[in-house]
Design a protein. Sequence first.
Length: 569
Amino acid sequence: MNTLDTIDRNSFLTSFRFHEQLDSPLEFVRREWLAILVFGGAFTGIMLVIVALIDQSFFYPRLQTDALLYYLKAKSLVDSGTTSARLAINLAPFPYASMPGAMRAPLVALFSDFDNQLRAIQVLNIVITNALALMSAYVFSWVLPRSRQWMAVGFAFGFVLLSPWWMANIFFALADGPYAAFSLASMIVAIRVVTSPRSVWRPLPILMFAVLFVIAFLFRYTEPVVLVLIAVLLKGRRAGHPREPTKLLIALAAAALGVGALVLANSDAIFGRYLAEPLGLLMRGDKESIFLNFIVLAVPEQVVPGFALMFSHPPIISLYAAEFASTKMDAAWSTIGVAITSVVGLGAWRLRDRFLPEILMLLCVLPVLVAMMPSTSRYFMTYQSFFWIALYEGGRALVAQIPTTIRRSIASHSGVLATLALAVGLAGGLRARVGRVRGGAGSRLSRLTSLSQYTHSYTGTYRPLRQFLETLPRDRTFLTSSAGSLGRWKAIANLDYYAIDSTITKIAAHKDLYLVIECGSAELCAHEVQIEARTKDKLCAVGEFDYQLVFEASAEKSGARVFRVRPAT
């Protein structure tokens, strides 16, 4: 039996009626323009100041994994007209989604210097994040009285300002922010089209949805779950206004064919990487850790920005395991996380009729996202506004148990209390962030004044390192390194890498080969000697070499050594 047929017909109709009476996004913007101007303007101003003032070399050691791969996709598109990018000249192109890089490619083409490219990308990311925060506020407003919908705007912009995940999406060319923006936009357009009193079959709105859907799909391949939301709303529409089913069947068939074509066009990335990863994590990962990560960390991080920063030790200790009670304080925070998830779950249950399309959509994508334990928290970011709604409803249910006189007093001062809570949240989040930045939970907020020293603890190494590498002749220089930093300086200094294999001895004999050993955090620098030794051991396994130290720099939290590598004489 079809899953949708097991749900009471009234649930479909109730959810459709609820979405049908929602204000349009334009009505929301016209009504809350002042809050949008104040909170959105403050957020934009803060981020532009940060982008303008921070030396971009601060971000060099953080250019790794997704951020590096997407940038290399953009660079490859500009340089060669194809997104077939490589980490090293002797490696095959890596299978990865191309749209996150392709979207930033015009900015890479517009500016020749990497720092200017990165700043331009950051400005574009600020625009995207503004749009996302505004759409998230609009969705959150669905459950708020009109008099309090300004709070949704303040909360949305405050949340993204304090969220480490969203900050990373501003400073680098990542997929999370653009995907969330296009996917949420596709959901909003779909809801407006399906619940419109006019005919659903209008070419322009359907084309708008199709464009948003395709772009979102090219950022992340979980976008087809939006079709579940549409199917539930269409079923609710038919329950209240019976329609000729032939058009619906044709539409569903066309959607299936379209998704099939998109999958086929991106089969290398989907089957070469993205399908195998969750399956591998689900099979090899510790099931208890996966479940605990979901209820202790992933869900709370959607409603409390930077919740993971509260733990004294990062809870995710490997790809396959997590530890949430390594200290008594961490055990306490784990308990708080479970409590937050319980409130969210209570709210979702109470909203199961009105938000049936969103709940079923999330349930469909849940197994994949939960299995991706190291990334579950950030993959849920697209749906954060729905978690906010569930937390709000769950909180209301708990507040309803408070005696009437106290509840009335709270309600009469709700505006002041909400503003105070937002201010305390901002201050607390900032303190947690500064404490983590400065390297200890006991750090004082006054240490904010020494953040310039903190940034110099990275720029003091990476700015001179770039200046040295750019003195090397590009036409005959190859770099090699440990796997963790492979490809980084191809992006920053336009120098090709050569991965360590049996042919590297010929490269060392006929080209200028340099081994770059770098550490961009205090944790890595504590093992810098071991990293250097392991990398040289890999080289020794394929040949005998002499190493001449030609550059060295270090700061409080970073260090770099560059060796000229020649065949042993």
